[in-house]
Design a protein around this ligand. Sequence first.
Ligand code: FAD
Length: 314
Amino acid sequence: MAGEKKKVVVVGGGIAGSSIAYGLQNDADDSAVSVTESELTTDSGEVVPFDFLVITTGTTFSGPKTKVERIEDFEAKKKKIEDSDSILIIGGGPVGVELAGEIATDFPKKKLTLVQSGDRLIDFLGPKASDKAQKWLKNKGVEVILNDRVETDDLTPPNYVTKSGKQITADAHFVAVGKKLGKGWIEASPALKEKLNDEGRLQVEQTCQVAGFTNIFAAGDITDIKEIKQGYLAARHAAAVISNIKKLIKNPDEKKLSTYKPSEKAIGLVSLGRQEGVAQFPFATVGGWLPGKLKSKDLFVGQTRSSLGLKQKA
Ligand SMILES: Cc1cc2nc3c(=O)[nH]c(=O)nc-3n(C[C@H](O)[C@H](O)[C@H](O)COP(=O)(O)OP(=O)(O)OC[C@H]3O[C@@H](n4cnc5c(N)ncnc54)[C@H](O)[C@@H]3O)c2cc1C
C-alpha cells in the first residue's frame, strides 16, 4: 500500500544496531529480536516478517540487561575492587588492559597481576602498541605475565595457579578473556549459516548486503569486512546500511547503492587510566596524553550519546 512503512528488523543493539535503528526510525518500523532466517523468529517463538533485516550481533553479552541492573552490577564490581588489596585480571586484550589501567590509576596501592595467554598484550594492534601498554602498566607496578593462562572454570580467591604452575595470590579476580561472536543464531539458520566465513563472520558485499541477499544487511563486528573491529567503523557501516535501505525503500530496483570501503588506515585506541592511552595511527603508534585526550576522558560516551540523539549528561 502506498505510504505504508516498511518493516525493518535490526538484530543486535550495539553501536551498529542502535545507529541503524535510530537512522531509520522515521522511514520504517523497527524491532529487535534474537533468531532469524528469511522470516525472523524471536526467542519467545514469535515469527516476525521483515522487508529488510539488519544483522549487527557483533559479540554476545550475557550480563545484566536493564539499566538498573547494569548500574547495580557496576556498583558491585566497584565495591569488589575497593574491598580488595590484590586483584588478578585474566586476559590481556583491550578489556583486561583498560581495566588494569583504570584500577592502577584510581587505586595505585592495590597489587595487580595481569595474565595473558599470548606473547603480547592487546594483540589486535601491532607490537609497538603492545609494548607501550606493557611498559605503562609495569611503570604503574602491575605484574604482567605473558605466555601463560589461568583456567576460568573454577576460580576461587585467594589462590590461583597458572597453567605453567605459577602460584598467584589475590583477593579477587576479573575474567576478561574475550567476548564470543554473536553467531550462534546465524548457525541455526540454514539460509544464513553458509554465509559465515571460517572465523564465524558474515560475508558481506561492499553495499553491506549479506552475500547473495538484497534485503539482508550486516554491519559492525559480525561482518567479514577486512579491517580492525572498531566501534567508529561499525558506525560507518551503519551509515551505509541506512543510506541503502532508504534508497531501496524509495525504489526497490535501485542499482546505485552506497558502498563501504574497508578502512586501511583504521585507528586503534586503548585507554590507560583517565588521562593516558595508546593509539595506533596509520603513520605512528603513540602513547601518553594524546590518545588519553581522544578517548580516556569520557570513553566516547558523549559522542555516542549525540550520535543517538541523546542529550549530553550534565
Ligand atoms: C575494551 C574495549 C575497548 C574498545 N575501544 C574502542 C575504541 O576506543 N574505539 C572504537 O571505535 N572501538 C572500540 N572497541 C570496539 C567496539 O566496542 C566494537 O567494535 C563495537 O562495539 C562493535 O559494535 P557492534 O554493534 O558491531 O557489536 P556489539 O557492540 O558487540 O553489539 C552487538 C549486540 O548484539 C547483541 N546480540 C548478540 N547476539 C544477539 C542475538 N542473537 N539477538 C539479539 N541481540 C544479540 C549483543 O548483546 C550486543 O548488544 C573497543 C572494544 C573493547 C572490548
